[in-house]
Write a protein that binds this ligand. Structure first.
Ligand SMILES: [Zn+2]
Length: 306
């Protein structure tokens, strides 16, 4: 009788131990699960928005990273392993711009975003844009013109300008109300020979000499180059810095109506159309550069690049 009781007691203890063990495991599992769930949702999740969703050659890609109020350091963005400038655009978002020129090979590129202790590796797939080939005949004299050192240096500095102030707001307007002629990205056969490394780095308007050229968005004039001072290729030209690495170029002007350091409003006159520099006739060439890379200007007119 006594022996039986002891056995029963041992059995009970053993059951109790089993129950404790099972309960512990259940608590442990639930605990881990709850702990993971209890992390602040937006801190745990690195929110990145890519626009346009399906980028193609010529596009300016906007990469937005959602801010977290507790995180002080801004995110880091790398495109093809190279670090990109990141700007805080409002209380909610950081933003980085990735310029995809007409010569960017279609394919998959690595875009890495690091923020707080989180990271996101994104495959950025760049699609094809069909660009036409244009035949051009230039006189030997014009085709042989080369940029002068002063022109190369000034233009190089202007298109690579990065300012912390964002001047533009909303869509850009066209800088000329005239008829568009040569689009961005066109490849050229000059005197019958295809120039492999060349593509048209802006949008042309076929307008007569003296037609108005207006600033497509607010900005600061960072270069007013004059043909007589060595601007033999671009001719008389104006470069407007719209901020955050975005710069407009207006080439071949007959007249310049602004000076360097001027702040110009959207729609303000910057110059008059001409045919100075390398030009077959009077026209306006408008280029948009993002971190020094020529992108499709039409994208900036047709949609808001934020
Ligand atoms: Zn042009």
């Amino acid at each position: 009788m006594m022996v039986n009781k002891i056995k029963k007691l041992r059995l009970n203890i053993s059951n109790l131990q089993k129950q404790v063990l099972i309960l512990s495991l259940v608590f442990l599992f639930v605990g881990i699960h709850c702990f993971a769930k209890d992390l602040p949702a937006d801190k745990n999740d690195l929110k990145v928005i890519i626009f346009p969703e399906k980028p193609k050659q010529g596009d300016t890609v906007s990469v937005k990273i959602k801010k977290h109020p507790e995180v002080k350091n801004p995110p880091k963005v790398y495109f093809e392993k190279s670090k990109q400038a990141v700007f805080e655009i409002n209380d909610t978002w950081y933003r980085s711009l990735i310029p995809l020129t007409a010569s960017k090979k279609p394919g998959t590129y690595g875009l890495d975003v690091f923020y707080d202790d989180k990271k996101k590796n994104i495959d950025l797939i760049v699609g094809i844009t069909d660009y036409i080939v244009e035949e051009l005949t230039l006189t030997k004299e014009i085709a042989g013109l080369m940029t002068t050192p002063i022109e190369r240096k000034s233009v190089g500095n202007a298109i690579n300008a990065i300012s912390d102030i964002r001047y533009w707001d909303g869509k850009f307007s066209y800088p000329s109300s005239g008829k568009q002629s040569t689009p961005y990205g066109v490849k050229r056969k000059i005197n019958g020979v295809l120039n492999e490394s060349y593509f048209h780095k802006g949008l042309d308007f076929a307008v007569p000499t003296g037609s108005k050229v207006i600033s497509p968005a607010k900005g600061k004039v960072i270069l007013a180059g004059h043909q007589k001072n060595g601007f033999v290729v671009n001719g008389n030209c104006v470069f407007v810095d719209h901020g955050h690495g975005v710069v407009s170029a207006f080439l071949h002007l007959s007249e310049i109506n602004v000076k360097e350091e001027d702040i110009v409003e959207k729609g303000q006159l910057v110059g008059k159309v001409g045919g100075t520099g390398i030009a077959t006739g009077p026209h306006l060439h408008w280029g948009i550069y993002v971190f020094g890379q020529p992108v499709e200007p039409e994208l900036w007119v047709k949609q808001v690049v934020d």
